[in-house]
Structure formats: structure tokens, C-alpha cells
Design a protein around this ligand. Structure first.
Ligand code: EPZ
Length: 426
């Protein structure tokens, strides 16, 4: 098991290449199940979760080929070919390692007329139910059975008829499963209060490139006209807006000046707005965004919300940054029930944070000092790295497999801009 050792105090400066978006890639990969023709995805991030998904696809008989990119390059190209599917079962031992595996349910059901997927279970940030995934598929005509920890979904003979579903809660994953099921349905389907995250738009763009007919892309009311079959396609994964936001916080907390090459400012308006409120100068251009600290950090009151609101995946990172703001900040987490796992560890580094339910009060500026800390979930781990970059002394972050799920070659990217960080065998 690896650990990261960071010595704080260096001002970050230079350029960080932003990788393809993990949360887009995890919904683009299962789209390959929808066609007998090859689907090639470019700009895929090199992440543990992507490797896990590739392995899961191979279990179904999908062949996958990684095309040549030099080891020193960031990202890679993967071609997936689902000409013959030999199994429609996603087994427990694979799904438990990566809950995004639930995203094979919709496309497998659409392609094969049936799908059996182990229930993903919860994770550190919450129990992560999948009831909305199942209700949406039932609304499209699927028959769902829960048995022995598995979801068994069946389409009527001749395939899903399609239907309408109004989401009581905005759900990214449920919207993705519903979309991937509806594109091959026999009729027209409608989704109301669907998620509008940029990753959903990326999914719709790939599906349309494969021949799907989707109206109102990017809005919360979507209409999908089912088609008989989908073709293959070649598609470039969107840049990772959460990775870009995370490194912007890292630059900001060190008083730095970093270009985030390849970031798309349109995907991260709420994060940019929050950073500007905190006093960070952000410039946007066609090639990326430029984050530059400009004097003292200001406190802010932030509340997470579905897109276009402030991404819950940015809450932990912004909390670390606000530990150094001159004043008291309030952060409200409205999406997940337990997404303050970073608070006890940040407190061990000297942060002054009080939590009350889903609200955190952050007093700043705190004198952060290095410590031995433990990563708990992906974004909490990144918040510890951000705090460590500004802390006095040395911080050791353990269980960094959490980080490797979502940040491609993190220490290399931070070393590019002058951070004193190294990965050691724990
Ligand atoms: C996606 O998770 C992301 N993961 C998460 O990113 C992100 O935090 C989340 O969307 C919100 O933006 C991927 O895309 C792989 P949801 P997802 O369904 O789809 C409740 C990261 O750090 N809900 O939008 O699982 C749920 O409990 C990860 O990269 C139901 O009640 O999130 C939550 O409170 C973490 N029933 C809320 O909806 C359901 O059937 C939003 O969840 C589904 C969800």
C-alpha cells in the first residue's frame, strides 16, 4: 500500500494538464454494450476505476484494446467491441469494488433484454441507494426483481416499450441508466427533473454520435426517441471539472499561479464563482483556466446542489481552502448524508471546523501543521493533500488507493508545479 509524503510551504506555479473526466468515462464505457460495432474512447484517464470497468466489460465478452500512447502521456485510448455478449451478469466481487458498475444495468437491459447486477451497496459518504435507477427502468417497461443481493431486470419480449419518469430527487447515475436504456426502446421516452451535470451532456453527445435521438440535451426535461440499433463511434471524453477545481484550490491555498490546461470553464462556473468570491483570480480561455491567488483569502458561505449549483464533489477541497480564509465560512452539504469525513483529519492538522448535521463552520485562518492522516474517500483524500500543501512541516497521507481512483498521477502533476510531494511504499 502506498502513502504520499508532502512538505508544505511551496508556492505552486506552472501548468497542470487536466485529464479526461472520471465521472464521464464511467458512463461512456458501458455505452459500448449498446452496439455490435466498436466504440473508441479518447482522452480516457488512467485510473483504477477505469481499469476496473474495463475488467467488468471483459466479463461480458466485450473485447477491449488500449491503443498506443506513450507511458509518459496522460490519458489513453480504449476501443471496446461488444459484437458478442457472452454474459449479462455483473458479479458481486467486481461491483463491490466499484459502485459505478451499476451503470451497466440500463445498457445491458436495452441490448440483451435482461441484466443481473449485484447491488452496489453504500460507501463512506452515504448508503447510496439505487431506487431511482430501478423506478426509472420500471417506468420504461422493465420488470425488476431483487434477489440474493442482485438486481435482476427483464424487458418484455421485443424490448422495452419506453415511458415517462419524473425524478423526485436529481440523480446523476439514475439519469444515466435511464438514458442508456431508452435509446434502444421501441417508443419515445421522457425524463423530467433529470440531472444536468456536464457528464450527462457528454453521455448524450456520445449516444447521439452512435445514432441515438435525444432532444433538449443539457436540460432537465429530456425526450428520447428509441431507435432499432446504434452504430459504433469514436469520442473524446470531456475534461475533468472536479480534477481542475481541485488543483485550482491547491494553487490558491499556496498563494500560487497555475494554468489548468484543457479545463473547460463552462463545466465549472459554480466552482469558478466560489473561487472568485474567496479572492482567487480566474481567467478563462479556449485552452483552459488560469487560477492565481491575489492577497488574503476571503471567507465564503457555500451550499452544494445539483448542476448548475456547486458540485458536492468540490465541497471537501473548498473546505480545506477556506481553513486559510480570514474569517468564518459556512459550508452546507445537501447531496450526501455523510460527506464530512475529511473534517476530523483536517482538525488533526490544526483546522478549526465544527459540524452540525450537514453544515460545517470553518474558522480561519488556521495555522495548519503537518500530520499523519488517513484518506477515507476520494474527495476527502484530496482535501487532505490541499491542506498539506499549505501546512507547516510534513504530512503523510495513507490509504491513497482512494486517490488513485479519481486523480491520474496526482503526485506527478503536483510536482510539475513545484510541490514537495512523493509517493512511498507504506
Ligand atoms: C455521481 O454519483 C458521481 N459519481 C458522484 O461523484 C457525485 O458526487 C454524484 O453523482 C453527485 O453529483 C459518478 O458519476 C460515478 P446521485 P451518483 O445519484 O450518481 C440519492 C466522486 O467523488 N439517490 O446523483 O451515485 C443519493 O443518495 C463521486 O467522483 C437516491 O436516493 O449520485 C444522493 O443523496 C462521489 N436514489 C443523491 O441522490 C437513487 O437511486 C444524488 O446521488 C440514486 C441516488
Amino acid at each position: 500500500m502506498d502513502k504520499l509524503v508532502i512538505r508544505g510551504g511551496n508556492r505552486l506555479s506552472g501548468t497542470i494538464p487536466i485529464s479526461g473526466a472520471k465521472n464521464a468515462a464511467l458512463t461512456l464505457i458501458p455505452c459500448a454494450l449498446l452496439s455490435e460495432e466498436p466504440v473508441t474512447l479518447r482522452n480516457l484517464p488512467r485510473l483504477a476505476d477505469i481499469d476496473g470497468f474495463q475488467h467488468l466489460m471483459n466479463q461480458f465478452g466485450v473485447t477491449t484494446a488500449i491503443q498506443g500512447t506513450r507511458p509518459e502521456d496522460f490519458g489513453r485510448v480504449m476501443t471496446l467491441e461488444a459484437t458478442r455478449i457472452t454474459s449479462s451478469v455483473a458479479p458481486y466481487d467486481l461491483v463491490r469494488k466499484m459502485r459505478a458498475s451499476i451503470l451497466v444495468l440500463g445498457p445491458m437491459l436495452a441490448r440483451m433484454g435482461e441484466a443481473t447486477v449485484s447491488m452496489p451497496g453504500g460507501c463512506a459518504i452515504g448508503n447510496r441507494p439505487i431506487d431511482l435507477h430501478l423506478k426509472a427502468l420500471e417506468a420504461f417497461g422493465a420488470e425488476i426483481e431483487l434477489t440474493q443481493g442482485y438486481v435482476k431486470a427483464m424487458a418484455p419480449d421485443g424490448g422495452l416499450p419506453g415511458g415517462e419518469f419524473d425524478f423526485p430527487v436529481v440523480s446523476v447515475g439514475a439519469t444515466e441508466n435511464a438514458l442508456m436504456a431508452a435509446v434502444l426502446a421501441n417508443g419515445t421516452s421522457r425524463l423530467f427533473n433529470a440531472a444536468r451535470e456536464p457528464e450527462i451532456v457528454d453521455l448524450c453527445n456520445l449516444l447521439v454520435a452512435m445514432g441515438a435521438e435525444i432532444e433538449n440535451i443539457g436540460q432537465s426535461d429530456l425526450t428520447i426517441h428509441g431507435v432499432k440499433r446504434l452504430n459504433g463511434a469514436t469520442y473524446k471524453v470531456m475534461p475533468d471539472r472536479i480534477e481542475a477545481g481541485s488543483y485550482a484550490c491547491a494553487a490558491a491555498i499556496t498563494g500560487g499561479d497555475v494554468r489548468l490546461e484543457g479545463a473547460n470553464a463552462n463545466d465549472m462556473a459554480s466552482t469558478i464563482h466560489a473561487l472568485r468570491n474567496i479572492g482567487i483570480e480566474i481567467e478563462e480561455d479556449a485552452k483552459g483556466i488560469h487560477a492565481r491567488a491575489n492577497g488574503a483569502l476571503k471567507p465564503a458561505n457555500l451550499t452544494t446542489a445539483p448542476f448548475p449549483g456547486l458540485a458536492t464533489d468540490m465541497q471537501a477541497q473548498l473546505m480545506s481552502l477556506l481553513c486559510k480564509a480570514e474569517g468564518t465560512s459556512v459550508l452546507k452539504e445537501t447531496i450526501f448524508e455523510n460527506r464530512f469525513m475529511h473534517v476530523p483529519e483536517l482538525s488533526r492538522m490544526g483546522a478549526e471546523i465544527e459540524t452540525e448535521g450537514r453544515t460545517a463552520i470553518v474558522k480561519g485562518p488556521a495555522d495548519l501543521t503537518g500530520a499523519e492522516v488517513m484518506a477515507t474517500d476520494l474527495r476527502a483524500s484530496m482535501s487532505l493533500i490541499i491542506a498539506a500543501l499549505a501546512a507547516e512541516g510534513e504530512t503523510t497521507v495513507r490509504r491513497i488507493y482512494h486517490l488513485d481512483r479519481g486523480y491520474e498521477r496526482l503526485e506527478e502533476k503536483l510536482q510539475l508545479v513545484g510541490a514537495d510531494i512523493e509517493r512511498l511504499d507504506d
